[in-house]
Write a protein that binds this ligand. Structure first.
Ligand code: FES
Length: 211
């Protein structure tokens, strides 16, 4: 039985706004949903003086609800300051779409998580983070829970793909239980570097493979 989507959801799904990859973004994030294993990427251009989001794009590897929410939250975030955009909730996004079936809540949560992660990435890479928590193993573990294992759709911590982690003198070492020439090795390395490389006290992220 087809899901009861509103007309607005269908319209944003068929003709999504702000969709696609952005060349040379000021910040970017890829988030995965633990609920379904789908992913969303969000790219930002930000005015360095006013911190207004001047351009935003998204790519969705998710379902119709996720594409529609990506479309609406990028509409909502464009022209807002980072602080304003941070407070956009999945509920506001779902309401702006005329509602989503409850079973699809996680799809709009995923889109909003992608937006927040891209904002966080911008703030971290531009020295805007006020609360400077020292990076330790727990911070690393928490961040790695947002890196998907592309073979399962669950994160690399839960699927035990991370064999070892170490934080020493600003250098993070993560050992992944895969051969270096595995088809997803480069993706995983890129995701991990993106999630950890902007932390204020991190000088280097070394992703190693077991073979
Ligand atoms: Fe995965 Fe909707 S089912 S994003």
């Amino acid at each position: 039985m087809p899901l009861p989507y509103s007309e607005l959801v269908m319209e944003h799904f068929r003709h999504p706004h702000n969709v696609g990859r952005m060349e040379d973004p000021d910040a970017k994030a890829v988030e995965g949903s633990p609920a379904c294993g789908d992913m969303v990427a969000v790219y930002l251009k930000v005015d360095p003086q006013t911190h207004v989001i001047t351009d935003i794009k998204f790519e969705s590897y998710g379902c119709a609800s996720n594409i529609a929410t990506g479309s609406i939250i990028t509409d909502l975030a464009k022209g807002k300051t980072l602080e304003e955009a941070k407070s956009i909730t999945w509920k506001q996004a779902a309401d702006a779409l005329g509602g989503l079936p409850p079973i699809k809540t996680h799809c709009s949560v995923l889109a909003v998580d992608g937006l927040r992660a891209a904002i966080q990435n911008y703030e971290e890479s531009h020295g805007l983070v006020k609360e400077r928590i020292p990076t330790d193993i727990e911070v690393v573990r928490k961040r790695l829970k947002h890196v998907m294992n592309p073979m399962t759709g669950l994160d690399v911590i839960r699927t035990k793909l991370v064999k070892a982690m170490e934080v020493k003198d600003g250098v993070i070492r993560v050992v992944i239980d895969l051969p270096a020439d595995h088809q997803f090795a480069a993706n995983i390395r890129e995701d991990i570097t993106e999630k950890l490389g902007h932390l204020w006290d991190v000088k280097e992220v070394r992703v190693e493979f077991t073979e």
